[in-house]
Design a protein around this ligand. Structure first.
Ligand code: PLP
Length: 444
């Protein structure tokens, strides 16, 4: 396999070898630079080489490398949990640390189920999610996900969880328009609960802004408020999957803060460490933990590396940096600037269907015809074409899907590090222009 023993996403692919990164740029061994407009997998929120984080990493490594969570806690883990409680304004106060976003959503799911068990309502064990969602790759997290391509090989193993439509206004699942639609996509949750019975359902899970399965789809005004009201009326917990959006990505510390809908549990990942180390968390409110505290006193989940002090120290340094440097506000401001540049650029291309997003989580959807919103045929591989052309031009974009029910459709996410400067935004757009111009000659 190209002289490599490493199992890569495409086994025989010839990926460039990265030698180092600085700020929003990555450099390969051949000396080529890449403007990382996807922050890897929407992860490297602070870019590369932030000295405060590197120092925290080295300091922790010289103190203790590992403690097991069932024997000890650590200063780093305690301080990180306190920092998260502070950053969520004390509303979600209790953190359970894991190592990936998939583990975070799966832990959130398990805590929700256990919450109801310990309240004497064990039949509440199913999770409702949405088509056009991605909550992770492990079997539990994938069961809650509507990302059809990632589910396909494993459907016989997946839990048959119900899913409702996404608030995808560009291709409204109800062929309606906002606001005359009356938020039918939110009301659908009520219908699903009635059909299944609320005594079967532990929680509803959703990304505040849809990422991998929809390319930065933010819901219309009032959507999450309605969802939350339906959850409350039916004794169903609301899990916000902030793995991609948490800690500043959308221009607020929590993407949920764009709405007046308080989650009961939040899953964090990615931006929690900005990619400097693997760490993620399921963070819960007092209401959620209370019956467990008054009951078994133990959350039935966990991993060897949960609350690893090294990861906790790095995450703490990242969150301190986000807080002290007002990274969320900066993302909001830079997001507005970058959006205006991209919007202007896109008017010149006929294969652009929609441009959307919040803060620095932006998405472009590609269509064969703008008037009918017709998709390109899957075999045309438009998303791959754009991603590969961009990479050749030294620009990294993140692939996404954009079809109703998580099927088909071409889209990319643009989500550079939140520290990107205005000059770098202009360079990003210059490379994007070149990419789209080249792609256009092939698409024609
Ligand atoms: N949840 C969301 C919203 C995500 O975007 C992702 C990853 O892209 C996950 C969960 C899974 O996270 P991980 O890849 O760290 O397991």
């Amino acid at each position: 396999m190209n002289g490599s023993y490493l199992i890569k996403p495409v086994l025989d692919a010839d990926y460039p070898v990265i030698s180092h990164g600085k700020g929003v740029f990555l450099f390969d061994k051949e000396g080529r630079d890449y403007l990382d407009a996807s922050s890897g997998a929407v992860t490297a929120n602070l870019g590369h080489g932030v000295q405060e984080i590197i120092t925290a990493m080295a300091e922790q490594a010289s103190k203790v490398s590992f403690v097991y969570r069932s024997q000890f806690t650590s200063e780093a883990a305690e301080k990180l949990a306190e920092k998260i409680a502070e950053m969520t304004k004390g509303r979600l106060e209790y953190s359970f640390f894991v190592n990936s976003g998939s583990e975070a959503t799966e832990t959130a799911m398990k805590i929700a189920i256990q919450h109801w068990q310990e309240k004497g309502r064990p039949t509440k064990h199913r999770i409702i999610s949405r088509w056009m969602s991605y909550h992770g790759i492990t079997i539990g997290a994938l069961s809650m996900s509507g990302h059809v391509a990632r589910r396909a090989r494993f459907t016989p193993l997946l839990e048959d969880y119900p899913a409702i439509d996404a608030p995808y206004c560009y291709r409204c699942p109800f062929n309606s328009t906002y606001p005359s639609c009356g938020l039918a996509c939110a009301t659908q949750l009520e219908t699903a609960i009635k059909r299944i019975g609320s005594e079967q359902i532990a929680a509803f899970i959703a990304e505040p802004v849809i990422g991998a399965a929809g390319a930065a789809i933010a819901p219309p005004e009032g959507y999450f408020e309605k969802i939350k009201a339906i959850c409350d009326e039916n004794d169903i917990l609301f899990i916000a999957d902030e793995v991609m959006t948490g800690f500043g990505r959308t221009g607020k510390i929590l993407a949920c803060d764009h709405y007046r809908a308080e989650p009961d549990i939040i899953a964090f990942g990615k931006g929690m460490s900005g990619g400097y180390t693997p760490i993620a968390a399921a963070v819960v409110s007092e209401k959620v933990i209370e019956p467990i505290l008054n009951g078994s006193k133990s959350i039935m989940s966990g991993h060897t590396f949960s609350a690893n002090p090294q990861s906790c120290a790095v995450s703490l340094a990242v969150l301190n940096y986000v807080d002290e440097n007002r990274i969320a506000e900066k993302a909001e401001e830079t997001g507005r600037y970058l959006s205006s540049l991209i919007k202007r650029l896109l008017t010149g291309f006929r294969f652009i269907g929609d441009f959307r997003g919040k803060g620095l989580l932006l998405g472009i959807e590609f269509v064969r015809r703008q008037d009918t919103k017709e998709h390109f045929p899957a075999a045309a591989g438009i998303t791959s074409l754009i991603i590969e052309t961009a990479a050749k031009n030294g620009l990294l974009l993140y692939p996404s899907a954009a079809g109703k029910e998580g099927i088909g459709g071409d889209a990319v996410i643009i989500a550079p590090p939140l520290t990107i400067t205005k000059r770098e935004c202009e360079e990003l757009v210059r490379r994007l222009r070149k990419t789209l111009e080249e792609a256009e000659t092939i698409i024609r």
